[in-house]
Design a protein around this ligand. Structure first.
Ligand SMILES: Nc1nc2c(c(=O)[nH]1)N[C@H]1C(S)=C(S)[C@@H](COP(=O)(O)O)O[C@H]1N2
Ligand SMILES: [Mo]
Length: 398
């Protein structure tokens, strides 16, 4: 006699668990996870290509909100994946420790893929989450690792789906709730559960309720973060690290003092150098102000998922390129007074040539404050915030 037989309450609890652990529910939660991870992967890949463009890659300058949207989706789907993954693990964990631990070669592959899948996904979610909270000390390490690891996650998911395909197909082909035993659904581990695969009685959590709660928890997680990029949801974003607050109405990621440019940015000797091969022009701030000024509403869309739109004004990048007879087909490099990783960015020719791209001197009708990039900064459409270089000192047509 097993201990369960002796304890009717425990036996009932075990039945209930088996009911919730049915492939019918697990496959549906898995499908929600699959959708989130796919969107997260594709938008992440896009963001990576924009920042490190392969030769074949083309990213348009419009619509101006496209990157804001794809990166918002990246962070939101990543955040939603966290509770979904926890629920899925909770539903399947007895199987993770099922015997034999290794077994046949097919089982060994399946289990290895699950070990890789679970650990790589947890790694991605954790590093991504820490990054949204501005974990700067390991950002460089973060981007390359986060990118490489995403392929590990996707590959192990594909193996997992391939191995489970027959079970997944049968589970998704049946209603989530069953009234008759469906022990045939899982031909391997579930056969002994036939009796408990039926719908639970009144007062017991049903699979349908759990599935609905899963969707609700996911939606709540999405709302808690969406406010940092969707203005009318801002008040809801109780978990989001950045919600549109900052001087001149725009958050600041890196201050002038952190970048070590307080002195150089305010120096009376400040010049903006523009170079095109041998042709070089040096402009004082007053000379920049004397050029035709243009006003643009453009967002800063940080890779961390927050975004904020500002009204910027300054000189068009294409006018500065023309000043040194630059070729409009060439990429343009922007170099900051700040040395280091975030002090350089390359603007692809198509975006440099868009009249929306500015070297901004003003934000919301005021001179840029030093933390927003005084004396001048790049602000171009449809582009990650990290590439909107502040405290410009040099522009090179390549
Ligand atoms: N020189 C320099 N420019 C920079 C950065 C930086 O660290 N150094 N941070 C970038 C990042 S990550 C973002 S999101 C935007 C933020 O601009 P803001 O502080 O004006 O909002 O500036 C970008 N420009
Ligand atoms: Mo950023």
């Amino acid at each position: 006699m097993s201990p369960l037989d002796a304890d009717p309450a425990a036996a009932a609890a075990a039945d209930r668990d088996n009911g919730l652990r049915s492939p019918r529910l697990v496959a549906r939660v898995g499908m929600l996870l699959g959708v989130c991870i796919t969107v997260c992967f594709v938008t992440g890949l896009l963001s990576h290509w924009i920042q490190h463009p392969p030769a074949w890659f083309y990213w348009p300058s419009r619509p101006v909100w496209l990157y804001q949207t794809t990166q918002g989706l990246h962070v939101i789907t990543g955040v939603v994946t966290i509770p979904l993954l926890l629920i899925k693990l909770q539903l399947v964990y007895p199987k993770l420790f099922a015997r034999p631990l290794i077994g046949t070669p097919a089982r060994a592959v399946e289990r290895a893929s699950i070990a890789v899948l679970v650990s790589s996904t947890i790694f991605q979610l954790l590093t991504g989450l820490l990054n949204t909270a501005q974990w700067y000390p390991w950002k460089f390490f973060f981007t390359t690792t986060h990118y490489a690891m995403s392929f590990v996650v996707v590959a192990s998911i594909l193996v997992h789906i391939a191995v489970k395909l027959p079970i997944i197909q049968r589970a998704l082909g049946s209603p989530v709730e069953s009234t008759a035993p469906i022990g045939t659904i899982d031909s391997t581990a579930d056969t002994q559960r036939t009796a408990s695969e039926s719908a639970p009685g009144p007062g017991v959590v049903s699979r349908r309720m759990l599935l609905r709660s899963t969707v609700a928890v996911g939606a709540l997680a999405a709302l808690a973060f969406a406010g940092q990029t969707v203005p009318f949801l801002r008040w809801l974003a109780f978990l989001a690290p950045r919600s549109g607050e900052g001087p001149q109405g725009v958050p600041i990621n890196r201050t002038a003092s952190a970048a070590g440019v307080l002195e150089s940015a305010r120096s009376p000797d400040y010049r903006l150098t523009i170079s095109n091969g041998n042709v070089t022009k040096e402009l004082t701030l007053d000379e920049l102000r004397a050029m035709p000024q243009h006003e643009r509403d453009l967002p800063i869309a940080c890779v961390e998922g927050w975004s904020a739109t500002g009204t910027w004004s300054g000189v068009r990048v294409r006018d500065l390129v023309a000043l040194v007879d630059g070729d409009r087909e060439h990429d343009v490099r922007f170099i900051s007074l700040e040395a280091g990783l975030y002090g350089v960015s390359t603007l692809p020719a198509n975006i440099a040539d868009d009249p929306l791209s500015l070297v901004a001197l003003r934000l919301h009708g005021e001179e840029l404050i030093i933390d927003h990039g005084y004396p001048c900064r790049l602000i171009a459409p449809n582009r990650p915030g990290v590439l909107q270089t502040k405290w410009l000192t040099r522009i090179e047509i390549r």
